[in-house]
Design a protein around this ligand. Structure first.
Ligand code: UDP
Ligand code: MG
Length: 310
């Protein structure tokens, strides 16, 4: 089996030399153990870095046959860089891993062993988040739970450290969406899958390329690309408010015609406000349902994958 290791890199000159050392050791170990073929390689994707990242990648790729480099024309963000790598790299199975060595490179061997047992997708799952700040841990775990509530199938505490077989990669290639949230797409593929736990380390060097702003937009991406739940919530709210407004309407009419409490002009002002408010929210909710459909249709997602035929 030929293995490929895909590493998206954005301004990673501080960590790259160490990443190269570790991945070289991992590949040498796997080849020596006879688990992967000798032409297995690591593929660095330069995501439009502004430092010396590409120069480093280029020189290692020229001097060491275990390393290859892919340079994107500009910065596209982690998800697109990762996809570019997964669609370009060669191999019967590809492992994706961050450049900063937060993911345990030793786990790659376990992933390969799992794959050889017949699993098409092997997810790396963080055991504990001891190295994360309280804020990061709290928001991240809360976010995964929220996704679950919204009906998005994601693997809890799994980032983009995973192995995918050629078959799974071919299936993923059929997703043509532009707004990428890869960890939402992979579970949609199906196929035999398993998880391997690992401890997440601190970033080896350099600083995070995911500032809060990017993290928030990524989180929003995950919800809006996979769930029409926010639109459904508006519909439900619309129905509730509409029913309530009918109740209030009855009360207004009753007060106007059967009691002496109504001030002149009151009913004619309050009634349209209440009724129109309810009607509008209901109408927006219904429009929302169609928008959700249109949205899902425009993604043109594949409708099924055949696992096997007997
Ligand atoms: N990355 C990238 N393009 C970007 C931002 C990040 O390719 O625009 C890469 C980065 O080089 C690293 C990975 O994505 O390999 C994850 O980024 P980082 O470790 O900074 O994120 P964090 O672990 O802090 O969430
Ligand atoms: Mg990191």
């Amino acid at each position: 089996m030929r293995l490929g290791i895909v590493v998206p890199c954005y301004n990673e000159q501080e960590v790259l030399p160490e990443t190269v050392r570790r991945l070289e050791a991992v590949l040498a170990d796997l080849v020596a153990a006879g688990l992967v073929s000798d032409d297995s390689q690591a593929w660095f994707v330069d995501d439009g870095s502004r430092d010396k990242t590409w120069e480093l990648i280029e020189s290692i790729a020229k001097s060491n046959r275990r390393f290859r480099g892919i340079k994107l024309s500009r910065n596209q963000g982690h998800q697109r860089a990762l996809l570019a790598g997964l669609m370009t790299a060669e191999g019967d199975a590809l492992v994706s891993i961050d450049a900063d060595l937060q993911d345990d490179t030793a786990v790659i061997r376990t992933m390969v062993e799992r794959h050889l047992e017949g699993f098409e997708i092997v997810y790396g799952v963080r055991k504990a988040r001891t190295t994360d700040t309280f804020f990061k841990r709290f928001t991240a775990e809360g976010y995964y739970k929220l996704l679950g509530v919204f009906g998005v199938d994601v693997v809890f505490n799994h980032a983009d450290f995973r192995l995918m077989s050629r078959r799974a990669l071919d299936a993923m290639a059929e997703f043509s969406e532009v707004n990428l949230f890869l960890r939402g797409i992979v579970p949609l593929l199906g196929f035999r899958r398993t998880e391997v736990p690992y401890d997440r380390a601190e970033r080896f060097a350099g600083e995070s390329k995911y500032p809060l702003r990017k993290m928030l937009s990524f989180a929003w991406e995950g919800i809006t690309s996979f769930s029409a739940m926010p639109l459904r919530l508006i519909s439900s709210l619309g129905i509730l408010v509409f029913l309530a407004s009918l109740g209030v309407t009855l009360w207004i009419l009753y007060t106007r015609f059967f009691t002496k409490a109504a001030v002149p002009g009151w009913a004619s002002i309050v009634l349209p406000i209440v009724m129109l408010g309810g009607l509008q929210l209901l109408a927006i909710g219904i429009v929302g349902q169609y928008v959700a459909k249109i949205y899902l249709e425009t993604k043109r997602r594949p409708r099924y994958f055949v696992d096997r035929v007997v």
